[in-house]
Ligand binder design. Structure first.
Ligand SMILES: Nc1ncnc2c1ncn2[C@@H]1O[C@H](COP(=O)(O)OP(=O)(O)O)[C@@H](O)[C@H]1O
Ligand SMILES: [Mg+2]
Length: 257
């Protein structure tokens, strides 16, 4: 069974400390964890540190291996990271950029197996129709879907996504969260996802950690994290949590504290 735990990680930019001993719980394969918190609370910085884009001191343990000690190439075999920035509108086709990501991830499969994997990922995200489009011709939201395909095609054990829904319309937000849940279970991945919206987390993930000013103020099963008390402490809002007729949780923000 895949097991992951990052931290405690601390990190400063110049004299400003941005992460204060931030650590995850022990996260298991097949589960999704949301990283929540207000703007500037350190979500992206933590994810970048886990991905190894920036260096923080502290262990990042995946199945007994310390990712913090691995070379970039070695790490790419286990871990895929999608940054908050959208993939650029380069002069390459969708199939080409997804294939390139698979190769850069160190997956040495044959050409036809590689194409099969690219097709399967595009199909699972409902974007087969974009396969031959050029990146430069796509909308921001469409490019965000391609960024996600680039991460998923590597079949990582650890999937790190920074606000993967930020450019998506409601339909694709649903498709993406649904596909992420399905693929996370199917591939037994540990999926760590920064989400802007606690309501989405409450509906879609298993566990969550709430950051504020670079510190974890709560972590555990998502129902225990997205609560009126913690929403007030983290975001400074008065929130109500309700169950819809289908049992799905809803968060309504009624004012500021
Ligand atoms: N490269 C950087 N240099 C200096 N400060 C940074 C840098 N990146 C982020 N910060 C600061 O670190 C804090 C956390 O940023 P970030 O992790 O992007 O927050 P979030 O993703 O939660 O909105 C912010 O105060 C931000 O200004
Ligand atoms: Mg961010």
């Amino acid at each position: 069974m895949t097991e992951f735990q990052a931290g405690p990680l601390s990190l400063s930019f110049g004299r400003k400390q941005v992460l204060h001993e931030v650590r995850t719980e022990v996260l298991r394969g097949g589960t999704m964890t949301a990283l929540l918190g207000p703007n500037g609370s350190g979500k992206s910085t933590f994810l970048r540190a886990v991905a190894g884009v920036i260096r923080a001191n502290g262990p990042i343990m995946l199945d007994g291996m310390n990712l913090a000690r691995m070379s970039v190439q070695e790490k790419a075999r286990y871990c895929a990271y999608m940054p908050q920035l959208l993939p650029p509108p380069v002069r390459m086709s969708v199939v080409e950029v997804v294939l390139l990501s698979l190769r850069l991830g160190g997956n040495y499969v044959g050409a036809s197996a590689a194409m099969e994997r690219v097709d399967a990922v595009l199909a699972s995200l409902g974007i087969m129709h974009l396969a031959d489009a050029m990146m430069g011709e796509l909308s921001g939201g469409q490019r965000q879907m391609i960024g996600l395909a680039q991460a998923l095609v590597r079949s990582p054990k650890l999937l790190l996504l920074d606000e993967p829904l930020s450019a998506l319309d409601p339909r694709y937000q649903f498709i993406v969260m649904d596909a992420l849940k399905r693929e996370t279970v199917l591939r037994n991945m540990v999926t760590l996802v920064v989400l802007h919206d606690p309501a989405v987390a409450l509906r879609q993930v298993d566990s969550a950690m709430m950051l504020r000013t670079g510190r974890v103020i709560a972590s555990g099963v998502v129902e225990d994290i997205v609560t009126p008390e913690i929403m007030a402490e983290a975001y400074g809002v008065r929130a109500r949590i309700e169950r819809g007729s289908d049992g799905a949780a809803m968060v309504s923000v009624e004012g500021v504290v």
